[in-house]
Design a protein around this ligand. Structure first.
Ligand code: 5GP
Length: 194
C-alpha cells in the first residue's frame, strides 16, 4: 500500500535492526485518514471471504480494525490484555509473549462475541514472530469459529511470523512488508502481498 509505505518512510524510525517506531500515525497518535484507507485496502482484499467478525488485540490493532469493520459491515472485537471487573463471562484466553515489551501476558475474549458460525478476520498492527497472531488464532479455535484471513498493517518480513503463518496456509495480507531495518534505513520487500 503505497500511501502507508510513504508514511512509514517519512515518519517511521528504525529504533534498532528489529524494531520500527511508528507512533506518529499508528501506535500512539493515530492518523484517521490513513486508517480509512487501510480499512478500504483490507475490504478490497477480503471482501469475498464472507467475513462476519474482526478480531484484534488492544490497543494498536483497534483503529485499523474499526475502519475495516466499517467497510466490511461487521463488528470488531478486541482481545483484552488487562483484567477487567466487567469481563466476567465465559472467557476464551491465550498466552502471548510481547516482542516489544519482552513479557508474557494473557489475552481474553468473552465467549459470547465469537461463535462457531463466525468467519473471522484477524487484524493486527504488526507481525513479527507471530506470537500475537497465534494467540488470536488460539482464541478463535477455542470458539470453534473459522479463520478467513489475517490482515496485518506492517509485517517485518525478516522475522519468522509471516512465513510460519503462510506455511500453515493462512491467508495473510500485509499492507507493507519490511525487508530490513539495518543502519537506520527502512527497506521494503518489492511486493506488498505474498
Ligand atoms: P509478534 O507477536 O508477531 O512477535 O509481534 C507483533 C506484536 O508486537 C504487535 O502486536 C505489535 O504490537 C508488537 N510489535 C512487534 N514488533 C514491533 C515493532 O517493530 N514496532 C512496534 N511498534 N510494535 C511491534
Amino acid at each position: 500500500m503505497e500511501l502507508l509505505k510513504q508514511k512509514i518512510l517519512s515518519e517511521g524510525t528504525a529504533l534498532s535492526e528489529s524494531v520500527l517506531k511508528v507512533d506518529n500515525f499508528l501506535n500512539h497518535q493515530i492518523d484517521p485518514e490513513l486508517m480509512v484507507e487501510i480499512g478500504k485496502e483490507f475490504k478490497n482484499y477480503f471482501s469475498d471471504k464472507n467475513i462476519t467478525k474482526i478480531l484484534t488485540l488492544e490497543s494498536s490493532g483497534i483503529a485499523p480494525s474499526v475502519m475495516a469493520g466499517l467497510e466490511l459491515g461487521v463488528p470488531v472485537v478486541f482481545a483484552r490484555k488487562r483484567k477487567s471487573l466487567t469481563l466476567n463471562e465465559d472467557l476464551l484466553t491465550a498466552e502471548v509473549y510481547s516482542y516489544t515489551k519482552q513479557e508474557t501476558s494473557n489475552i481474553a475474549v468473552a465467549g459470547k462475541f465469537l461463535k462457531k458460525d463466525d468467519n473471522v478476520l484477524i487484524i493486527d498492527d504488526f507481525l513479527a514472530n507471530g506470537e500475537a497472531a497465534n494467540a488470536l488464532i488460539n482464541v478463535v479455535n477455542q470458539a470453534g469459529a473459522n479463520i478467513s484471513g489475517i490482515g496485518i498493517v506492517i509485517e517485518k518480513a525478516f522475522q519468522k511470523g509471516g512465513t510460519a503463518l503462510r506455511e500453515e496456509n493462512y491467508d495473510v495480507y500485509s499492507l507493507a512488508r519490511i525487508e530490513s531495518l539495518e543502519n537506520g534505513e527502512i527497506k521494503f520487500l518489492s511486493e506488498a502481498v505474498q
